[in-house]
Design a protein around this ligand. Structure first.
Ligand SMILES: C[C@H](O)CC(=O)SCCNC(=O)CCNC(=O)[C@H](O)C(C)(C)COP(=O)(O)OP(=O)(O)OC[C@H]1O[C@@H](n2cnc3c(N)ncnc32)[C@H](O)[C@@H]1OP(=O)(O)O
Length: 724
């Protein structure tokens, strides 16, 4: 495999093939950008070169500009390390250069990669290549002229959609839309591209500079209307993110004042956006997600994942059927076991409902749905378990029941079979206590709805073998989850970190803050809904069971309120029966229900925590902090106890499991952005005013007083332990 750099080969036909090489995705690192410039200058100068083909090594064109450079800018604040690619390389050297350039695209051309190809005079692609401008998902905008050339190549409407959704299209669609000039097989790609380039040089094919085109832009009033609608949508779907509106403004600049002015404006706005908190958060999440696949003593000891083809799921309830759905969609054969045919039928119906729901929402093709459903078999006993590679138990949270199941499956399954539980609270050592297969026991904690939520929390005990963890990570990837490996403790990493979220909201409510104000502020912060609406959605049964369990486990810092019991007593059961903190009517949005207020008053009388019996007076900002700082505080304990490999694992878990806004970088990253010292002093003040729920942890105190970021590795914190 070639190293990092750019090569050039000039053939007898007079075509210079310039190849980008930077495995694994040919990211445009600074040496690659420099190499491109040098090779283009050389090809332009050489008399034996008539035309140029630009391509990528190893079956991929390019995954875009090197995101590591953004990270460097974020760390140093020094924007000057960004090279001038947009004007110097793409406009002056490639697009306005003296020799025609054809892009030969295979595999993927994303971000800066696609933007380079749009500066070329034609684009030839192999089938199934991914083409996209995902820069907005990194908090920036396309910065190599993409905001200008994409609308000019395929029309404003589609271009805006591709950029705002950060969603790639395939080369087949690109051909239909006019982004791609010809679609040819991988084997033919270079040959056709060379001929095409020569044809342009000989004026047998048009020499097109995308930036100069206007034929697909439509009239100014049409463009303005499209941008107006897009702005309205962006305000709704991305209210806290500046890059969406900025991108639309830059596009408009080019439409009104011409492509080149648009390119200049793009470069200026790009520099502002790279330095934004949004970009810092999103770039952090990009790398944090990829870091989860590196687990010390698991992924670095030469093991290979074993193939898991058949999985048994025990329990066809909400979780079990969701897990079964995720598995069959990943082409894994599933045996779903229930205790009687009524429950089994209900479980299978739920799986079918999940799959058909995806088809209805156009997320799955009909034939794929049928194929997936053919991978499911319902059973009532263990006879089919003799040839499964993994079992996932997903029954109710009762210790004796789980223990019985585990000793039964130990006998029914082959000796290599992974024995996983989807428990969200029970200690894995207790679950597997009655077996002698502790090395095969592992937690596979899915988040509801399991076929939708992207996180898979893999819980290991001291005895779980590295092979078993690796196998489960591989299964997680096959079913399109992001697996995060954590240690064994009550509620594990995610629910443990977030238990103060619910409790903190209830404490604030009991201190006199309005329930709907809390929900509104938390949604405004960026979570999809507030804590009380979430409780309505999850169901009060869950709230009661989990509240009891966690309250007992963390009694030194728990706030217990009788509110949910009072709600149930008054005939409310959340979204389930249409009445909770909100009223739920089919076809309309949840409406705050004022008749819940007297019940809250009654609860406040019972808990009696308001200082002097009067509601506390707090600012909007303080409300958000009083809910989220205790979560950061618990995250500190989780890190201190070594439950996670690295701080960023909690970031990704909070984003993917709890829908914490990704543009805030995850819970620990956000804590560092706000500042450990501010969090510590606030918690200390509240703990004096309102009790031990807010008491700062040892880890937080130490980091705040020494000025060490919360995310700094544990070695900086003497006395840290590890459960991994
Ligand atoms: C100025 C310009 O307009 C700005 C830009 O171009 S910004 C960049 C725009 N490009 C992107 O956003 C694409 C980002 N990359 C991806 O979406 C995916 O990595 C991909 C679809 C290219 C490949 O996905 P997949 O095959 O699952 O591999 P994935 O694990 O994600 O990536 C493989 C490795 O390449 C790295 N990588 C991928 N794209 C990268 C990039 N643009 N820069 C630096 N590293 C990159 C990943 O960090 C990962 O590294 P690791 O192995 O050390 O963890």
């Amino acid at each position: 495999m070639a190293g990092v750099g750019v090569t050039m080969e000039v053939g007898n036909d007079g075509v210079a093939v310039i190849t980008i090489s930077n495995p694994p995705v040919n990211a445009l690192a600074i040496p690659v950008v420099d190499g491109l410039k040098a090779k283009f200058v050389e090809a332009t100068r050489r008399e034996d070169v008539k035309a140029i083909v630009l391509t990528g090594n190893g079956g991929k064109f390019s995954g875009g500009f090197d995101i590591n450079v953004f990270e460097k800018v974020h760390k140093t604040g020094d924007i000057s390390i960004m090279p001038d690619v947009s004007v110097d390389l793409v406009v002056n050297t490639i697009e306005d250069g003296k020799k025609p350039v054809v892009a030969a695209i295979e595999g993927l051309a994303l971000g800066g990669g696609l933007e380079l190809t749009m500066g070329c005079h034609a684009r030839i692609a192999a089938p199934k290549a991914q083409l996209g401008l995902p820069e907005l998902s990194l908090g920036v905008l396309p910065g190599f002229g993409g905001t200008q050339r994409l609308p000019r190549l395929l029309g404003l409407s589609k271009a805006v959609e591709i950029m705002l959704l950060s969603k790639p299209i395939m080369s087949e669609e690109g051909k239909k839309l006019g982004l791609i000039d010809a679609l040819v097989s991988s084997e033919e790609l270079l040959r056709v591209s060379r001929l095409w380039a020569l044809d342009i040089a000989a004026r047998r094919k048009p020499w097109i500079r995308s930036l100069h085109r206007t034929d697909k832009l439509g009239s100014l009033s049409e463009s303005r209307e499209i941008l107006k609608v897009a702005r309205q949508q962006a305000k709704q779907t991305a209210p806290n993110m500046p890059q969406h509106l900025a991108c639309l403004d830059v596009i408009e600049e080019g439409i009104v004042h011409g492509g080149y002015n648009g390119v200049l404006k793009e470069a200026q706005v790009f520099k502002e956006l790279v330095l934004s908190d949004t970009s810092r958060g999103l770039v952090h999440v990009f790398f944090a997600q990829r870091a989860t696949s590196k687990v010390p003593n698991v992924t670095d000891i030469g093991l290979k994942p074993r193939s898991v083809k058949r999985v048994a799921v025990i329990g066809g309830g909400l979780m079990g059927s969701g897990i079964a759905t995720a598995l069959i969609l990943g082409n894994i054969y599933v045996v779903l076991k229930e205790v009687n045919s009524e429950y089994l039928l209900r479980g299978i119906k739920m799986v079918e409902g999940n799959v058909r729901g995806l088809v209805a929402r156009k997320k799955l093709a009909q034939d794929k749905a049928e194929k997936a459903l053919s991978m499911l078999k319902g059973v009532l006993d263990y006879s089919e378990f003799r040839n499964v590679d993994m079992v996932i138990e997903a029954v109710i949270e009762k210790v004796p029941l789980k223990q019985t199941i585990f000793s039964e499956i130990e006998k029914a399954c082959p000796p290599h079979c992974i024995l996983a539980t989807n428990t969200s609270t029970i200690d894995l050592n207790v679950v597997g206590e009655k077996t002698s297969s502790q090395d095969r026991i592992v937690g596979a904690h899915f988040f509801s709805p399991a076929h939708v939520m992207p996180l898979l929390e893999i819980v290991r005990t001291e005895k779980t073998s590295a092979q078993v963890i690796l196998d489960l990570m591989a299964v997680g990837k096959i079913i399109k989850k992001v697996p995060v490996v954590v240690g064994n403790c009550t509620a594990f990493a995610v629910n443990r970190t977030f238990f103060p979220y619910t409790q903190g909201s209830h404490l604030l409510l009991n201190l006199g803050v309005d329930v709907f104000r809390i929900d509104k502020l938390i949604s405004r912060f960026g979570l999809p809904m507030g804590p009380f609406q979430l409780q309505d959605l999850a169901g009060y049964g869950v709230a009661l069971a989990v509240g009891k369990e966690l309250g007992a486990a963390f009694s030194d810092r728990s706030f217990r309120s009788p509110l949910v019991e009072l709600l149930v007593k008054s005939g409310r059961n959340g979204k389930n029966n249409g009445k909770g903190y909100y009223l739920y009517e089919k076809g309309s949005k949840p409406k705050p229900d004022p008749s819940v207020l007297p019940i809250i008053e009654e609860c406040r009388r019972v808990t009696n925590v308001m200082p002097g019996g009067k509601p506390i007076s707090v600012s909007d900002n303080e409300i958000v902090e009083m809910i989220l700082f205790p979560v950061v505080n618990e995250a500190c304990r989780v890190m201190d106890e070594g439950v996670v490999v690295r701080a960023s694992d909690l970031d990704i878990a909070s984003v993917l499991g709890m829908s914490f806004p990704s543009y805030r970088g995850g819970i620990v990253f956000w804590g560092d952005t706000v500042g450990p010292n501010h969090i510590y002093t606030s918690l200390k003040k509240w703990s004096e005013l309102y009790g031990s729920f807010y008491k700062p942890s040892r880890f937080l105190e130490e980091r705040a007083t020494k000025g060490i970021p919360l995310s700094a590795p544990a070695s900086t914190s003497p006395g840290s332990r590890s459960r991994l």
